[in-house]
Design a protein around this ligand. Structure first.
Ligand SMILES: C[S@@+](CC[C@H](N)C(=O)[O-])C[C@H]1O[C@@H](n2cnc3c(N)ncnc32)[C@H](O)[C@@H]1O
Length: 280
């Protein structure tokens, strides 16, 4: 492969990335984009970035691989401990008191490789052991097909489990089992309640039930304000009457227009009065 990424081609890639994922990449991140695409271009034995740009534009299968390359998928079990304490100690007990006969339904939107959905599965399973009448199902989605594949395999190692293993050792030992080769997976009774599929946050989710909990964490930061508003306007109608949505710790809804009201830091409810105002 010859040549570097020209300014024009870089700009065209940014437009394409935005079209395909909604992600806005800053105009000073040339070397990041270059680095992420180089290996693929070499594997395809293409002469340079321009020919790869043309290929991605024309070929849907390549678009899927391109999305895998340009998305940032960092995640780990029990990321932002405060949130998990809130779900375990406050939200689930309150939810179960109010809905003793319903199945608790949650959505890990932008699930990456599935650690967030598994963490929630562990919290729900542990709650179920105390309250056997409790039942749950967890949907995990991501735009990257590679990530959805990893979610479905559900095998974890390294940094993704490290902090969980060190800080909540008893829970780790109880709910994760080794596959004998340095990888761990959640117990089958949890895995059986997790479902993963590909989904773009800029499309409305077609799940038949409303969600009691939506985790949309560490993905809004990749979108510009008007795109965050669009994504959140699609999530709001998917929340159950008293459902909550949780965002990532470096994210905020303070400066954008959304139909959500803050309950606690990072935790929101659908503000239904905004619908009444619009309807009126
Ligand atoms: C940094 S990870 C966040 C994972 C997890 N939620 C967490 O907080 O640890 C961001 C994920 O968002 C996904 N993503 C980016 N754009 C998306 C879109 N338009 N629709 C759905 N997922 C998207 C990426 O593929 C990536 O896996």
């Amino acid at each position: 492969m010859e040549g570097t990424l020209s300014e024009k081609c870089f700009k065209d890639f940014l437009i394409l990335i935005h079209e395909l994922t909604g992600i806005t990449i800053a105009s000073n991140r040339t070397s990041m984009v270059e680095g992420r695409l180089r290996k693929r271009i070499m594997a395809l034995k293409l002469p340079g970035y321009d020919s790869y740009l043309k290929l991605v534009r024309d070929d849907r299968a390549e678009q899927s691989l391109f999305i895998d390359l340009v998305t940032t998928n960092e995640t780990y079990f029990f990321r932002t401990p405060r949130i998990w304490e809130f779900i375990e100690e406050k939200y689930l007990p309150e939810w179960f008191r109010n809905h003793p006969k319903q199945v608790f339904t949650a959505w890990s939107a932008a699930a990456s490789s599935g650690e967030e959905a598994c963490s929630l599965g562990i919290v729900c399973q542990s709650f179920k052991e105390k309250f056997p009448g409790f039942s749950y199902q967890i949907i995990g989605t991501d735009i990257s097909n590679e990530m959805v594949g990893r979610c479905q395999k559900g095998l974890y190692t390294g940094r993704s489990i490290e902090s969980f293993r060190n800080t909540r050792t008893a829970l780790f030992k109880k709910y994760l089992k080794s596959n004998g080769e340095d990888f761990f997976e959640v117990l089958p009774e949890i895995k059986g309640r997790l479902r993963f599929s590909q989904h773009d946050l800029f499309c409305s989710h077609q799940h038949k039930d409303k969600f009691d909990l939506v985790l949309i964490r560490n993905v809004l930061i990749y979108f510009k304000a008007e795109d965050q508003e669009e994504v959140l306007s699609l999530i709001a109608p998917k929340l159950a009457e008293d459902g909550i949505m949780i965002i990532g710790e470096s994210e905020s809804l303070s400066y954008i227009k959304t139909p959500f009201k803050l309950v606690e830091p990072l935790i929101y409810r659908h503000d239904r009065s905004t619908i009444a105002v619009k309807a009126g």
